[in-house]
Design a protein around this ligand. Structure first.
Ligand code: HDE
Length: 718
């Protein structure tokens, strides 16, 4: 049966406490019409003037209304998250399609079709709360399941591995990647000395650096990225038997990235790009969806993988252990209030339910301390579980009392256990078979502050990742390393990074080093440094196609297409293509030099959605330029229109140019514009017989997302 966000058995005769509370809150926040009150309900006489001694006299300390208002304002901010400060969230549900009774006793994974409410927060890691969305960074992917057995938080990222192997190094990593402490620069960027200094001395970061320099770090949309639990967890079934498990979220819309130049421009033109994209999609009913998949690994198979499952710098290739899809998650409701929900939500990897357990991954073990601890300073005390967004939907009963901002009013005098005074008979919680049972893992070992040698292989999965990328993805990786390292002032740091890269791939290291003004990469130098470990076991795979994003394609649903228009535009072919795009789920916006209307060649008035300046090409996935001699001429003479097309071309976006507008590409200076048409460029005429086909070709081109293999883009001056 589907669970709901009600308070279960806590319902009393007085009715549903959640609904009652909602009513109370509404009455509180809306108040009587056309009136404002103080926080204590006293009606305000005036919200414009403070209380003064005379019309031109000083304000009075007595003015409790002014003081309350200003005091509240002064305390409107809470500390932002130390990491993952910038985020956006949504409500939805998880629906189970493949019950896992044989693997786990978790209630929400038992019944086919059962739905569990969720709240999901996506985030960047490095930037502060107001930083731009599209920077190169890891993305957080944190899911709170409100299950009938308590809240379960799957606090993951959009990359399946991490920089470090032990929680001991997390503060160092974060200090290194955050803005440098003397001048607080750069904001939301890893392209600076301290980050590369640190990682160049920590070869265990090699695999994660490949992900961070890849297109995974610049997703097109939160709706188009994968999510991963990163650590190995355990499923435990009703008999107490355990399986290792890795979690995967797979976006229904495919996994897609921005171009790096596009991401940088978007950071200025629309710093809210991802936040807005998520909000608008949900608002118009295009509910984002992911499949939840699991990799199930029997305990006795763990030793045969060639790496240690407890090492969070390693992934389990899907080619070795396939992903079993067990359900889908749909996000269908935007938050009502950013602060109350998105800002105050408190995730914690330690929020687990019976049937899901931890492993000894030393990074995970450290996280189990950190997330609870951090809420004390962020949310001001130990009662943050009482905030509406954090409250569970199942009954809650314990003897914890008091603390900052306590909201629950507990009755009676008993706040200890065992007792007989609460209800007359002895109450004792003492062992037993019920409740959360930690997996009884056998342990006998010396206390030791050392790293396991099974964590020593720092490079072979980085190489696996490199080998699995397409030619274009490899070029993007090289360019990203070059860009980041060109911003590192200290040559010795640049050198150490490329020396390490020589252990990943010789060509990669050589290419990265080329423009950096340093010596050739030297693998031996890297091997001689502290922190380098000789790998003991080799990977089982040369290549894992699942690690490339270029395999992802298909639907064009929710992609944004810009249609460039000027007076005299021919609407014939456009209308047919427009219909085909809309039928396929794309969004179409007309962009022109001015707002208002444009007269077509047949005198029809076409409404304009945006101008070239307020909606530049980086805000769209594809560009369509209908024909018409006068319109094409006008566009060719408008520098902003020409730039729009050039930039879209440079970012490898699909373009469809019809009739006279074909000239636009050539006039704009696109090299070899039509001989033959470059990848993803559809050139057509206004001929009625070819219109349907044009539409289909354009849809197929948009389905491929970006045409990264497009030749000569480096010659395009945009
Ligand atoms: Fe986090 N991390 N983390 N982290 N993390 C936080 O918790 C921490 C790690 C992740 O949307 C903080 O409430 C330590 C891995 C996400 O609210 C903090 C270590 C992964 C979010 C914290 C890690 C993550 C956080 C900051 C190494 C991927 C945002 C505020 C031992 C599996 C959740 C907060 C949200 C947030 C600590 C490593 C994901 C400081 C100590 C690995 C998605 O507690």
């Amino acid at each position: 049966m589907a669970s709901s966000r009600s308070e279960g058995s806590r319902k009393s005769k007085a009715g549903d406490p959640v609904a009652n509370r909602q009513k109370q809150l509404e009455a509180f926040t809306q108040g009587p019409e056309n009136q404002l009150t103080t926080n204590h309900g006293v009606v305000l006489p005036d919200n414009h003037n403070s209380l003064k001694a005379g019309l031109r006299g000083p304000s009075l300390l007595e003015d409790f209304i002014l003081r309350e208002k200003i005091t509240h304002f002064d305390h409107e901010r809470i500390p932002e998250r130390v990491v993952h400060a910038r985020g956006a969230a949504a409500h939805g549900y998880f629906e189970l399609t493949r019950p896992l009774v044989e693997y786990t006793k978790a209630d929400f994974l038992q019944e086919h079709g059962s739905r569990t409410p969720v709240f999901v927060r996506f985030s960047t890691v490095v930037g502060s709360r107001g930083s731009a969305d599209t920077v190169r960074d890891v993305r957080g992917f944190a899911v709170k399941f409100y299950t009938r057995e308590g809240n379960y938080d799957l606090v993951g990222n959009n990359m399946p591995v991490f920089f470090i192997q032990d929680a001991m190094k997390f503060p160092d990593l974060v200090h290194a990647i955050k803005p440098e402490p003397h001048h607080e620069m750069p904001q939301a960027s890893s392209a600076h000395d301290t980050f590369w200094d640190f990682v160049s001395l920590m070869p265990e970061s090699s695999h994660m650096l490949m992900w961070l320099m890849s297109d995974r770090a610049i997703p097109r949309s939160y709706r188009m990225m994968e999510g991963f639990g990163v650590h190995t967890f355990r499923f435990v079934n009703a008999r107490g038997a355990s399986h290792f498990v890795k979690f995967h979220w797979r976006p229904k819309l495919g996994k897609h990235a921005l171009a790096w130049d596009e991401a940088q421009k978007l950071a200025g033109k629309d710093p809210d790009f991802h936040r807005r994209d998520l909000w608008e999609a949900i608002d118009r009913g295009d509910f984002p969806e992911w499949e939840l998949g699991v990799q199930l690994i029997a305990e006795d198979r763990a030793d045969k993988l060639g790496f240690d499952l407890l090492d969070p710098t390693k992934l389990v290739p899907e080619e070795i252990v396939p992903v079993t899809v067990i359900g889908r998650m749909v996000l269908n409701r935007n938050p009502e209030n950013f602060f109350a929900e998105t800002e105050q939500v408190a995730f914690h990897p330690g929020h687990v339910v019976p049937g899901i357990d931890f492993t000894n991954d030393p990074l995970l073990q450290g996280r189990l301390f950190s997330y609870l601890d951090t809420q004390l300073s962020r949310l001001g005390g130990p009662n943050f579980h009482e905030l509406p967004i954090n409250r569970g939907v199942c009954p809650m009963h314990n003897l914890q009392r008091g603390g900052m901002h306590r909201m629950t009013i507990q009755r009676g005098r008993v706040s200890y256990e065992p007792n007989t005074l609460a209800n007359g008979s002895e109450f004792r919680v003492d062992g037993g078979e019920q409740g959360f049972q930690s997996m009884a893992e056998a342990m006998e070992s010396p206390k030791i502050r050392r790293r396991s040698p099974s964590f020593d292989d720092h490079f072979s999965q980085a190489t696996l990742f490199w080998n699995s990328q397409s030619a274009a993805e490899k070029e993007h990786l090289i360019a990203a390393f070059q860009f980041e390292l060109s911003r590192v002032d200290t040559p010795a740091i640049r050198q150490r990074v490329v020396d390490n890269l020589a252990h990943v791939d010789a060509r990669l290291a050589r290419k990265v080093a080329e423009p950096l003004g340093i010596g050739p990469p030297d693998a031996r130098a890297a091997a001689g440094r502290a922190g380098y470990r000789e790998p003991r076991a080799k990977q089982m795979l040369e290549m894992a196609p699942s690690l490339s994003m270029e395999t992802s394609g298909g639907s064009i649903a929710t992609r944004k297409v810009a249609v460039l228009m000027a007076a005299g535009v021919e609407l014939g072919a456009f209308k047919v293509i427009q219909q085909a795009l809309v039928d396929a789920g794309a969004t179409i916006k007309v962009v022109a030099a001015h707002l208002g209307f444009i007269a077509s060649s047949s005198g029809q008035q076409v409404p304009i959605d945006h101008t070239f300046l307020n909606a530049p090409s980086v805000m769209f996935d594809a560009v369509l330029v209908p024909g018409g001699a006068a319109a094409a001429q006008a566009l060719m003479q408008d520098g902003d229109a020409v730039h729009f097309v050039l930039e879209a071309y440079k970012h490898c976006k699909p373009l469809c140019l019809i009739g006279e507008s074909v000239e636009l590409l050539r006039a704009a200076g696109v090299p070899q514009a039509d001989a033959p048409a470059p990848a993803g460029v559809i050139l057509g005429t206004n001929e009625p017989t070819t219109r349907q086909q044009l539409g289909q070709d354009f849809i197929a081109a948009i389905g491929k997302h970006r045409h990264w293999s497009r030749a000569l883009v480096e010659l395009v001056p945009a």
